[in-house]
Design a protein around this ligand. Sequence first.
Ligand code: GLN
Length: 182
Amino acid sequence: MQVGVLAVQGAFAEMEAYWRALGAETFEIRQRSDLDRGMDLLALPGGESTVQGKLMKDLGLFDPLRAKIDGGLPVFATCAGLILLAERIDDPGSRDGTRPEKWFGVLPVTVRRNAYGRQLGSFTTVGTWDGIPDTKMTFIRAPAITAVSDGVEVLSTFEGQPTSVRCRNITAFTWHPELSVR
Ligand code: GLN
């Protein structure tokens, strides 16, 4: 299995190590020509979603990646990756309550960035993921999923709020599964 890991910013090395530990082959997506390689799954790592979105646009990666996602390529996204996929951003810091730029906008959920606080918002908890108990969940300046549309399957929750979801070809987490499995 070939996993293409978006590697323009953020925790892409951890994402690569995770998929390699699971037996997959990985390659880094840094420029458009990297997309000529076939991939079975696209992994979107944590980091800073605004920076990743801007770099993808500047590097000419954004449109071809969106076409692949629209075409059904399986996607595995954590944290900033989830924010880039979300249809709706609920950002109380912005004037109109929504972020002006919408990134991929393909996952029908609403997310609030930095929902647990900007500096001290990192913590670990243990919960059930998709029926698997005792799963370690590490949150790092994590977003919250504040609403999900029909057709979105909730795979885990924290304090009653969804923390990972599956919809069509996309599985996305507010926390970092890649930091729990070695
Ligand atoms: N706070 C980051 C953002 O808004 C996400 C944090 C992360 O990916 N660990 O993009």
